[in-house]
Design a protein around this ligand. Structure first.
Ligand code: DAH
Length: 332
C-alpha cells in the first residue's frame, strides 16, 4: 500500500480548518469520508495485503477515519455556533441609540397616578382588585342600594349596552360595583382598592370626559368607625400630597353609604378642593353582598383618578389627558 495516511490526515486537517461555511464543510465531508475518499480507497486495497500486514493497516485506517470524523464534527460545531451568533447579532435591537429624533417612551400621567395610588395603599396593607367595565344593573345600582326608579340613579348619565333585557347591561358608571364583587368573593376582613375605567354619557369639557378613571376603596372589618375612615383619608392626604396638606369630611349623600361625606383637601395656600365621596358602608349594601351587618362594618371611598393627576401636576384641562399629544405628555 502506497497511500501515506499520515500525510493525508495532516492535509485534511488543514483543509477542514480552512472551510468557512457549513455548505463547503458538507462537500469536504463527502470528499474525506465518501466512496472515492482516500480512506475508502485504502480500505479497498486491504484485500491485496498479507494477513498480518492487513491487520495493522486496517487498524491504522480506522484510526485515521475516526480522527477525520472528529475534525469534521469539531469544525461543524464551530461553524454552527458562529452562524447562531451572526443571527443574534443581526437581529439585535439597540434600544439605547436614540438618534433621529426618537425619544424614550414612558407611562402616561394617568397610569403613573394609578400606580402611585396602588403603591401607597398597598403600603398601608390594602390589596388591589378589578372588576368588569361592562356591568349588570344589579352590581352598578341595585346592590349599592339604589332602588329601581330611585332619583339617585339620575346622578349618573348611564350608557346602556344593547344586551339582554333593556336596561339590564351597562358600562359601569363608577368603580363602586367592584366593592360588591369583592364582598361576594372575599371573606372579611377586607382592605381593598379598586382602580378602573368608568363611563358616563357626558360631553367632553375641561372637567368632564365620557370615559375617565376612578379608584375605589373598601374596608370591611369588626368595629370599623367613621374615625377609621377620617384617619385613613388624612394619612392618604399626607402621603400623597405632602405633610403641608390636610383634609376634612363634609356631610353628603350617597345611597350606598350612611353616613356619607365629601372628602376635601386643604392646600398649603389655604384653599379647599373636593376630591372624593366616602362614607360608612350602608347595611343594605353589606347584606346585598352576603355580609352580615350585625357582625361587620366598613367604610368606602371613591376618588376621581384623573382629577388627582390634574391636581398634582397643575393641569387645567382634563381633555389634555386624552389627546395623546406627545408635547404635552412628554412633560410628565
Ligand atoms: N361612586 C361614587 C361616584 O362615582 C363615588 C363614591 C362615593 C364612592 C362614596 C364611594 C363612596 O365608595 O363611599 O360618584
Amino acid at each position: 500500500m502506497t497511500i501515506d495516511l499520515d500525510r493525508h490526515l495532516a492535509e485534511a486537517a488543514t483543509s477542514v480548518a480552512a472551510v468557512g461555511d457549513l455548505d463547503a464543510l458538507r462537500v469536504l465531508d463527502g470528499e474525506l469520508l465518501g466512496k472515492s475518499s482516500v480512506v475508502t480507497e485504502a480500505r479497498r486495497g486491504l484485500g491485496a495485503l498479507e494477513p498480518d500486514e492487513r491487520k495493522d493497516a486496517g487498524r491504522r485506517i480506522n484510526e485515521v477515519r475516526t480522527e477525520l470524523e472528529r475534525l469534521l464534527a469539531d469544525r461543524r460545531a464551530t461553524l454552527e455556533a458562529d452562524a447562531r451568533t451572526e443571527i443574534l447579532e443581526s437581529e439585535r435591537l439597540d434600544l439605547t441609540e436614540l438618534d433621529g429624533g426618537r425619544r424614550l417612551g414612558h407611562r402616561h400621567v394617568v397610569t403613573q397616578t394609578w400606580e402611585r395610588l396602588e403603591d401607597l395603599f398597598v403600603g398601608m396593607g390594602y390589596t388591589v382588585a378589578e372588576g368588569p367595565e361592562i356591568e349588570d344593573e344589579w352590581h352598578n345600582f341595585g346592590a349599592l342600594n339604589f332602588p329601581p326608579g330611585h332619583p339617585a340613579r339620575d346622578m349618573y348619565d348611564t350608557l346602556y349596552v344593547d344586551h339582554g333585557e333593556p336596561g339590564s347591561t351597562l358600562l359601569r358608571t363608577h368603580t363602586s360595583p367592584v366593592q360588591i364583587r369583592v364582598m361576594e368573593t372575599v371573606e372579611p376582613p377586607i382592605y381593598s382598592i379598586m382602580p378602573g375605567r368608568v363611563f358616563r354619557s357626558d360631553t367632553a369639557d375641561a372637567t368632564h370626559m365620557p370615559v375617565f378613571h376612578q379608584i375605589e376603596g373598601l374596608v370591611v372589618d369588626r368595629d370599623i368607625t367613621f374615625g377609621d375612615l377620617a384617619g385613613t383619608l388624612e394619612a392618604f392626604t399626607k402621603a400623597y400630597f405632602g405633610g403641608d396638606f390636610t383634609s376634612r369630611l363634609r356631610p353628603s349623600y350617597f345611597p350606598f353609604t350612611e353616613p356619607s361625606a365629601e372628602f376635601d383637601i386643604q392646600r398649603p395656600d389655604g384653599t379647599w378642593l373636593e376630591l372624593a365621596g366616602c362614607g360608612m358602608v350602608h347595611p343594605n349594601v353589606l347584606q346585598a353582598a352576603g355580609i352580615d351587618p350585625e357582625n361587620w362594618s366598613g367604610f368606602a371611598f371613591g376618588f376621581g383618578l384623573d382629577r388627582l393627576a390634574l391636581m398634582r401636576h397643575g393641569i387645567d384641562d382634563l381633555r389634555e389627558l386624552f389627546r395623546n399629544d406627545l408635547r404635552f405628555l412628554g412633560q410628565f
